[in-house]
Design a protein around this ligand. Structure first.
Ligand code: SAM
Length: 216
């Protein structure tokens, strides 16, 4: 947090998902399509998933339920806010996704991922627009410890000037990822990036700070 601003109300932020015409709903549809694509590509293979700052987990839970692949998906959603973590748990229970758990805690520290990394699909959605450039770079650099070989990372970031997305793509490349896609959300500065990990998975460092949310 910076200055004397009130912390952002993330529950209020999630209300935009109730509006079918919101930019956030359009972004969600793009992320969900990418999640579904990854799940379909994996066929019958078991899939380990991780979602950093998952919120309600709509991007992950809805495609898994829709495709009926919950029996072969395991993993963890990490969310700090107790209400949103509770909603994610409710979504998991309603869809019968017994392989998924919600860790109510700080996704900005590597210990949040102990026992759930490496994963085949990692979501960093709604994260890179809320942390410093240095923290984005550090987090991208740490993803080889969260990713299994061949894993896909789906990330989001706005393109407001100065557009950081080209730099983020470079940082992914330097960390051992091949760029797979970059989708601009129509009529919005938001975008969705898709990267494929082509490197060797690294050990997860214990309790290393990757990022902290900053207020806009
Ligand atoms: C922009 S929202 C994104 C939510 C979700 N990933 C999505 O795209 O719909 C950011 C989320 O991060 C959560 N959050 C903020 N700081 C966090 C932290 N240090 N660890 C885990 N979650 C955090 C907020 O509560 C909020 O749900």
């Amino acid at each position: 947090m910076t200055g004397d601003q009130a912390p952002r109300d993330w529950i209020e932020w999630h209300r935009a998902y109730a509006d079918a015409n919101s930019a956030l709903t359009r972004r969600l549809a793009i992320v969900q399509a990418q999640v579904a694509r990854v799940l379909e590509q994996r066929g019958d293979a078991p899939t380990r998933v991780l979602s950093m700052c998952s919120g309600e987990g709509r991007d992950l839970l809805e495609p898994i339920a829709r495709l009926g692949v919950g029996d072969r998906v395991r993993g963890r959603l990490v969310e700090l806010d107790p209400t949103l973590a509770g909603r994610a748990r409710d979504g998991i229970a309603a869809a019968g996704l017994t392989g998924l758990e919600v860790r109510e805690g700080d996704a900005g520290i590597t210990s949040a991922y102990v026992g759930a990394a490496p994963a085949d699909l990692v979501l960093a959605c709604g994260v890179f627009g809320n942390i410093s450039d240095d923290d984005i770079r550090r987090t991208v650099g740490a993803l080889p410890a969260l990713c299994a070989e061949g894993a896909t990372v789906i990330w989001t970031r706005h393109r407001r000037p100065p557009d950081l997305t080209p730099a983020i793509r470079r940082w992914f490349r330097a960390a051992g990822f091949r760029h797979e896609g970059f989708i601009r959300v129509p009529d919005s500065p938001s975008s969705v990036g898709v990267e494929r990990f082509t490197g060797i998975s690294e050990p997860l460092p214990a309790a290393v700070r990757l990022f902290e949310f900053v207020e806009p």
